[in-house]
Design a protein around this ligand. Sequence first.
Ligand code: PHE
Length: 331
Amino acid sequence: MIDLSKLPKDAEEASLAASTVDELVKVQNQFLGKKSELVAAKKALGSIPESERATAGKEINEIRVSIESVIDKRRVEIEDTEWETYFLNDVADLTEVLNPITRGHLHLITQARDQLEDVFVGMGFTVAEGPEVETAWYNFEALNIPDWHPARGNFDTIFVDLGEEEEVMLRSHTSPVQIRTMEEQRPPIYIVAPGRTFRTDSADATHLPAFNQIEGLVIDKGITMGDLAGTIDSFVQAFFGEEVKSRLRPSYFPFTEPSAEFDISRPDGSWLELGGCGMVHPNVLKNCGIDPEEWQGFAFGFGIDRLVSMRYQLDDIRELVLNDARFLRQF
Ligand code: PHE
């Protein structure tokens, strides 16, 4: 008679040593399979005396049941661990969806232009626009710069090869929008006109051939130079902060009389020239059919690119148009 009593204990040890279901299946075959000792013992039942057969059969059966329960218990343990490992390692990684989506933002110049518009709209101005390609009438003549006038030379104008010579051009300042506005609207007028302007300047650290200006025009009754100075002061403080001061210096423009240039204070105490301004010349009003005896006004114009480069202390204004994402991303 084979000793089967140690089988459940052996089966339990072998089961515990198995760490995967596959390994456990091997243990199961070893102890319960066709070639197992248990099956051999069962086959041998026929050769033992009939009187002992029932007891031996019962014993074999009990041993089989206890081996099965040992293996089943281990199977549950292994499956639990396998599921746990699967859940921890093989779950779909959804965290990517939670990453912030990379988005671009408005260009520095556009941001400044929007903010400038906001400041002036807050002061009661509306926003006007004009074309980038202009005729001599709007860019010069109506602004009191006839063709013989030496001031035309100051504007380094880029002419377009259309019609008469020097008749069509890329606007060299935003002042033509003054004329277009006065032709269309009756006073009182309070407008600002931001936009692109062009001159033959070659690009260097402080110049761009295509740049941006913002023009202001006020036409009303009893407007004085004091209103102009006050408007510039309020704007400068709204845009740059309370600590920044502005000043006017006498200058000359054919379309304003008197004319001035305006500067803003830098943190180091020096002054930066920002633009030109003055009281609208009576000839300009007449050119637009407005009676200078009845209406007066002021105008100003300054460079947006300059203002941006001063605000962010750019070393080279060309950064604004190079479109290097590493530069642009900073703002
Ligand atoms: N258009 C002038 C320039 O570009 C600036 C200016 C605007 C001066 C309005 C006076 C009044 O230099």
